[in-house]
Design a protein around this ligand. Structure first.
Ligand SMILES: Nc1nc2c(c(=O)[nH]1)N[C@H]1C(S)=C(S)[C@@H](COP(=O)(O)OP(=O)(O)OC[C@H]3O[C@@H](n4cnc5c(=O)[nH]c(N)nc54)[C@H](O)[C@@H]3O)O[C@H]1N2
Ligand SMILES: Nc1nc2c(c(=O)[nH]1)N[C@H]1C(S)=C(S)[C@@H](COP(=O)(O)OP(=O)(O)OC[C@H]3O[C@@H](n4cnc5c(=O)[nH]c(N)nc54)[C@H](O)[C@@H]3O)O[C@H]1N2
Ligand code: SF4
Ligand SMILES: [Mo]
Length: 874
């Protein structure tokens, strides 16, 4: 039940698509709790969802349109955008313009943008950040099933006896689904296999962790297919009646060598036999599969094994692509990728095109696919694309070759960016920046990983002049001369049109059909409860393909013969390390929203390089040193060293969250090569070749401040803290005037109190505002060792002994935060564990850690297991 004033909505982060209940609290505040009635989460939320209330408000928001860096009125800005696009199309044709959009747009936003580009401008040049995310899955599913269909539902993870997680760090990236799996495993003893070269928090529940050599998934699943055939574990009836191409796939698979995975024979045998004998098996896959120059083949290697055993579309069985973004699926449903039409229809099919053309009364529907993300930016860089509109994504950070992408945006004649925030790395490069409303302020629908459509509802007023994306696109379309086709007043109108078009697709025998909602009233749209598609007169919710009916011309599923790749190409003598990249538990992508919540920055407050002890020793890197990482295309990053055997030798890991706003040199995008999968066009974001060396810092610093900091140093990283801001700093140049340096850093003019510890060559400076501490800076020749949370807590307090910089007597320094909901640090957990032993439940109960959303429980378990025996002995 909702409370009287609560508004039902959906979390804007991951593809789990959890329901939330929102209560506006006045002055822009928002209380958030999990919706007990939403089928995806049944009341649960993870740390990011729980902190949503701390990320709303006007802080950093773009409040008015900007043209050439100056505020402008909406009419002027929209006129300019429409005029520049129209003139460019007039002079150079429809393919001289492009849109680059996002899986974080709502379905209604996406529908309008896609209709404008493909139907009215008449080009296929609209692509989305889903190209960096789900494109390989889309391509793989289309090859096998004839459509981009996710066959199963979340319930399958709970009804399975075996869940294989391939290239998925579910514990951090889909935390609520992970919690559902943890609960199911407890109840029914589900076996869990994790296939990941890295040991992640997800491995906490793994019965078997297969640390494959990066990129060798095809060899593993080809080996599995062969094994299933050898031991007679195939569903021959299913293969014979409902599929085609099995022999070719099997024969190609027999050419693969599972030894290429680097796994031992017993490991392979255990996995193969577990899969062969467990009927109820679900294979969950994510970016370790998709983000690869062989991503589509990896997807098909997995699908082949499920088709061969007939384990698809039945309770507890099936391949399951977990989507990243909240509306990755809605984007696919509206045709937001350059090679798709709307409603899962195919651009290359003349009949499909004619249905869409007639439905839209489109003057010049595109006949061909457009440029994919990497190619859009290449074309913007070399002048083929002359007008580009980027909405709801931050490509100057997240694209491979991000430095070239930034240069291409700069070089392009006319660039429009729609974003919530004024100062993103991408917005700063645009000619026109349009203020968009964001989560909490906008209305529409999203589709999660298991095809459940949920409403996002507005609970707060739009800040300044911000407007919803669908309305901005429609306004420009009207100004370009298509007033009737874009005459929308509200998202419900867009949704009805989208649902009606899907009915035509359904009539053509396609999977995506929500025609039951085509006549939904405004009131029913407002009240729409989460519902899984298909939703038509003949089909409601449920699974696909259990009946063996596929969407290919023959009605049979296709096995795809896939070959294990050649990984020698990925190695280079000058760049001998293979950099793996991905996500942190408490940050979302380029941090524009999550960085607003101080507690989310406590978990991992700095960009880091996780590197194997053997590599670290070879490179002369000690824990907490800084490493310089460089790539063949000139990309460079400076990252904090985390020495850990969780990563394999030669294959370090770095999160890609940091931007030019949050760090001096920690964007990972410039290190990633623009090599893409030949079928899907998805970049290889998980395998950059890099060189690593120690960053020769002359000094390291740690700064805290009540006001924002402006660091000047070759290395810095800043985040919000509970009392203001904190930053890590380092440089190779000595500083002679620390007082002057600190004044510039903090924007303060007063005289600091200075303590110099000559024996350790350390300097500490503190600024006061009256008797309260306003800012402090700690400088040391090596990594600064102060109790950071303690120092952060002193800001705004009457400061007596801060420069001693050790926690006060009798006080425990809690250490870096592990549990962000209950704010419990590592040292607190280790202290409790030293008393209680390796008892996860006891430690959680004693400290409060892990008792709310539970996202941190794998980490607590890991800490206890790995550190207690040693630390207790010390
Ligand atoms: N906290 C948080 N959650 C998020 C997001 C976020 O930014 N923050 N983003 C969301 C989005 S958009 C997405 S797409 C999802 C991504 O969710 P995931 O795909 O689960 O996350 P990643 O960390 O990108 O990568 C998953 C794993 O792939 C492994 N891997 C690398 N190379 C290989 C390989 O060759 N084979 C195999 N089998 N594994 C490999 C990596 O070691 C990594 O642990 O997360 C969503 N959820
Ligand atoms: N190295 C490396 N690179 C990667 C990945 C990786 O694993 N490794 N993962 C890739 C993947 S899977 C993904 S999904 C991408 C994500 O990469 P991006 O899409 O670039 O990341 P976000 O930070 O989510 O960018 C969303 C932008 O939209 C803004 N925004 C939020 N809501 C709204 C809205 O309602 N309207 C508008 N107009 N703007 C809004 C935000 O402020 C932000 O600037 O990164 C990809 N890049
Ligand atoms: S798991 Fe967390 S981030 Fe994902 S939708 Fe649910 S609350 Fe949001
Ligand atoms: Mo993603």
């Amino acid at each position: 039940m909702t409370g009287r004033s609560e508004i039902r909505s959906t979390c804007p982060y991951c593809g789990v698509g959890c329901g939330v209940l929102l209560s506006p609290e006045g002055e822009g505040g928002l209380a958030v709790r999990g919706d007990p009635e939403h089928p995806a989460n049944r009341g649960r939320l993870c740390s990011k969802g729980l902190a949503l209330g701390e990320t709303v408000g006007d802080d950093g928001r773009l409040l008015a349109p900007q043209v050439d860096g100056a505020p402008a009125g909406w009419d002027d800005a929209l006129d300019l955008v429409a005029r520049r696009f129209s003139e460019t199309i007039e002079a150079h044709g429809p393919d001289s313009v492009a849109f680059y959009v996002s899986g974080q747009l709502l379905t209604e936003d996406y529908y309008v943008a896609n209709k404008l580009m493909k139907g009215f401008i008449g080009s296929g040049n609209i692509d989305t950040n889903s190209r960096l995310c789900m494109a390989s899955t889309v391509a793989g599913q289309k090859r096998a099933f004839g459509t981009d269909t996710v066959p199963g539902t979340y319930d399958d993870l709970e009804e399975a006896d075996l869940v294989v997680l391939v290239g998925s760090n579910l514990a951090w990236c889909h935390p609520v689904l992970y919690q559902r799996l943890v609960a199911a495993r407890k109840a029914r003893g589900t076996k869990v296999v994790v296939v990941d070269p890295r040991r992640t928090a997800t491995c906490d529940i793994a019965d078997l962790h297969l640390r494959i050599r990066p990129g060798t998934d095809v060899a593993l699943f080809n080996g599995l297919l062969l094994h299933l055939w050898e031991v007679g574990a195939l569903d021959e009836q299913f293969v014979r009646t409902h599929t085609e191409g099995f022999e070719a796939a099997l024969s190609r698979a027999s050419g693969s060598d599972p030894a290429a995975t680097g796994l031992t024979r017993p490991e392979l045998a255990e996995f193969f036999s577990l899969f062969a004998r467990t009927e109820r098996a679900v294979t969950v896959f994510s970016q370790g599969v998709n983000q690869s120059s062989q991503g589509t083949d990896k997807v098909n290697a997995i699908l082949n094994c499920h088709l061969a055993t007939g384990r698809i579309g039945k309770p507890g069985m099936g391949p399951f692509s977990v989507t990243g973004q909240p509306n990755a699926m809605g984007g696919r449903e509206t045709g937001g990728l350059a090679n798709m039409l709307a409603a899962h229809l195919d651009i290359e099919d003349a009949r499909h095109r004619s249905v869409v053309r007639d439905f839209w009364a489109a003057p010049r529907l595109t006949e061909t696919a457009g440029l994919k993300a990497v190619d859009i930016f290449r074309a913007a860089g070399d002048g083929r694309i002359k007008a580009l509109w980027i909405a709801c994504t931050n490509p100057a950070v997240s694209m491979p070759g991000a430095d070239e992408v930034a240069a291409a945006i700069r070089a392009c004649e006319f660039v429009v960016v729609s974003d919530m925030f004024a100062d993103t790395d991408t917005a700063r490069l645009a000619d026109v920046v349009l203020p968009a409303t964001g989560w909490g302020e906008k209305d529409g629908t999203v589709t999660n990983s298991d095809r459940t459509i949920s409403r996002q509802r507005a609970a707060l007023a739009a800040p300044g002049q911000a407007r919803p994306d669908w309305a901005i696109f429609a306004d420009v379309a009207r100004r370009m001369g298509w007033a009737d086709a874009f005459d929308y007043c509200k998202p419900a109108e867009v949704f009805r049109e989208h649902a009606a078009l899907s009915g035509l697709a359904g009539a053509l025998g396609r999977d995506f059909d929500i025609s039951a909602l085509a006549d939904i009233s405004d009131g029913d749209y407002d009240a729409l409860a989460p519902a899984r598609w298909p939703l038509s007169a003949t089909r409601t919710g449920g699974r696909f393909f259990g009946d063996g009916a596929f969407f290919t011309p023959s009605g049979r599923a296709r096995f795809v013969a896939v070959e294990q790749g050649d990984f020698a190409a990925l190695r280079s003598p000058r760049f001998p390390y293979r950099l793996n990249t991905g996500r942190n538990r408490d940050q979302w992508h380029t941090m524009t929203r999550t960085a607003l919540a101080a507690r989310l920055s406590r978990h991992l407050a700095e960009p880091y390089l996780q590197i194997h002890p053997g590599d670290a020793a070879r490179l002369g890197l000690a824990p907490a040193d800084l490493a310089e990482v460089s790539g063949p295309d000139g990309g460079r990053a400076i990252l904090r060293v985390l020495v850990s055997a969780d990563v394999a030798e030669g294959a370090p890991f770095a999160p890609f969250h940091w931007t030019g706003e949050t760090a001096a040199a920690a964007r990972i995008g410039p290190l990633i090569s623009a090599a893409t999968d030949p079928v899907s066009g998805q970049p290889e974001s998980k395998g950059a070749v890099v060189a690593i060396s120690k960053f020769p810092a002359a000094w390291h610093g740690f700064a805290v401040s009540a006001a924002p900091l402006t660091p000047e140093a070759r290395y810095w990283a800043r985040v919000r803290s509970e009392t203001g801001w904190r930053a890590e700093l380092a440089d190779t140049e000595e500083v002679t005037d620390w007082t002057g340096y600190a004044r510039a850093l903090f924007g303060l003019t007063g005289d600091p109190q200075i303590v110099t510890d000559a024996a350790r060559s350390e300097i500490r400076l503190a600024f006061r505002d009256g008797d309260r501490l306003a800012a402090a800076l700690f400088i040391a020749p090596g990594p600064v060792s102060v109790a950071r949370d303690f120092v952060v807590g002193r800001i705004g307090e009457p400061g007596e002994d801060l420069l001693a910089a050790r926690p006060g007597a009798g006080r425990i320094d809690p250490g870096p935060t592990v549990c962000s909901c209950m704010n419990v640090g590592r040292n607190t957990i280790l202290a409790a564990a030293a008393d209680l032993g390796a008892d996860l439940k006891g430690v959680c109960a004693a400290t409060g850690a892990g008792t709310n959303c539970g996202s941190c429980r794998p980490e607590i378990a890991d800490l206890i297991q790995r550190f207690v025996p040693r630390e207790a002995a010390e």
